[in-house]
Design a binder for this molecule. Sequence first.
Ligand code: GCO
Length: 255
Amino acid sequence: MSLKLFDLSGKRALVTGSGQGIGLSLAEGLGRAGARVVINGRDEAKLARAAEQLSAQGIAVEQSAFDVTDPKAVVEAVDAIEKDHGPIDILVNNAGIQRRAPLEEFEVDTWREVMRTNLDSVFFVGQAVARHMIKRGRGKIINIGSLMSAAARYSVAPYTAAKGGVRNLTFGMCTDWARHGLQINAVGPGYFATPLNQALVENPDFDRWLKARTPAGRWGRVEELQGAVIFLASPGSDFVNGQILYVDGGVLATL
Ligand code: GCO
């Protein structure tokens, strides 16, 4: 079996929210598979540090700082990448935030912040990039959903609603855009030790619960998400469309 199936040489991949955590790890994985990566975030200093980290590994990296929740800024940034750097062959919609509270206590503004960052951004960036991909008749879009695309946990109902939306928006993108030669899929991470989850990792009760609830008996390591994204970004998945691949150590398979 030729590894060419998973070779991303000559491709450009835009990863939103890739200044740290899962996004940075995914950019690294795509880069190691041969892609030129465009990293994104709002903090230019954090992006510069991330770019240095990737360049040091010999990964070709470009930076594009823009707010994924601002539709005008998204279109301007995506058009600029296409014009100044070249075609975006792969989009990973990774940007996201987590806010935790019992739903009865959630502030309306916080709900809106979660939906804007975790769901609206997938539509804004997905549409801006797809308009270019459709002209070329090819492109790979990978939306980062969550274990919460399929199940809820106490105190994260808005995040769960948003990530459920990401799952179904993936189905919608597939339905409307597969006819143009695009493949649109999602990855649903389980529990990974990232900045977004630091409070959970440091909580001994949660750590105990998580390890008991996960058949693999441990937290995921962010580099363990790279394989699923490389697969969905590569020629090896050219007839895979509208799927969500859970990378959760078996949580969803078990009661
Ligand atoms: C939480 C966590 C989860 C994970 C992840 C699972 O508070 O339960 O933040 O939501 O981060 O999203 O896929």
